[in-house]
Design a protein around this ligand. Sequence first.
Ligand code: PHB
Length: 395
Amino acid sequence: MTTRRLVLTRSAAVIGAASTGLLLPQIVRAQSDKVRVGFMLPYTGTFAQLGVAIENGFRMALDEQGGKLGGREIEFFKVDDESNPAKGVENATRLVQRDKVDVLVGTVHSGVQMGIHRVARDTGVLNLIPNAGVHVATRAQCSPNVFRTSFTNSQPTLALGKAMVERGHKRAVWITWNYAAGDEAFEGFEKSFTEAGGTIVKKLGLPFPNVEFQALLTEIASLNPDSVACFFAGGGAAKFLRDYAAAGLNRNIQLYGSGFLTEGVLDAAGPAADGVLTTMHYSDSLDTPRNKQFRLEYAKAFRSQPDVYAVQGYDTGLLLIKGANAVRGDMNNKQALYAAMRGAEIDSPRGKWTMSPAHNPIQDMYLRQVVNKENKVLGIAQKAVADPATGCRMA
Ligand code: PHB
């Protein structure tokens, strides 16, 4: 099969070369191999489920194309990054140098992303970010070979503050893990909440991935704000929701968050999540044929309900397919590959979104509320939210 395709490809290249007067030896060699795709994702620790959902979504998009990229077979490589920033560079280097991946899909944790980013910028490998929202990757250190299909950390919370004030909540405590994702989510929250007339009573934090929330919940009770806003995700988010309810705070202090708080954790959190309000670029209940079909197919394939991470993984696949098809699988034709991805409009289960010049989605943010273990959409909190992309100069 490979040999036959090689022969066909070669003769096509020869015809092409003859007609254009160009010789295309690298193209022929590249097209005879499989496209090498590396997943660098968390498969253990508090973000383990997020990594699995991203990989599932990504594979689903490729399976819809017959499991090929631009006509070429795919070979997958995997590294568990454990959400450990200290091993970020080493793990990314392993995929790039040892496994020689054409594209590195990763990751979830902003600190680990910085390791990948260093390797991507040093080696020029194509990096698709399916989650981590660290600002600098699409701001001052934006790169032609780095594309994000998820969000920047401040995007969801840029839509949160106004929604809170509109619901009569003006005195909020902010709580998060103290690392880039939490700090940058605060940036969006602070801007949107104070501009809408809200006051931040206090900022609270704990180290990632610590889940000893008790002392902080006691402090919240004594501060007696009218609302709490937060960034947590994965296993830690489920624990925070349970502890918040167990402390009785959910009875009179409305809990808000960037939507990760209630993604993939609704079974684990149970009734503790009821009524929680969040802003996010996706909602389970989006009533569109695209979303319904996606949810049905995902549930069939993976025997679980998709969440925002699955959608982001799926969209990462869609983006790569657009790029690979534009260059007919020749991943070495970087200029044309990147041009196709830069101009992409993605027909996503979250709704259509476009890639900004800094390589980050411009997308609608929904206001959602947890009802019966589902993120129900209440409306669009903010349309076409774009990250400011401060300092991005695309080389
Ligand atoms: C991040 O570290 O950037 C991050 C992690 C998990 C999320 C969102 C952002 O759900």
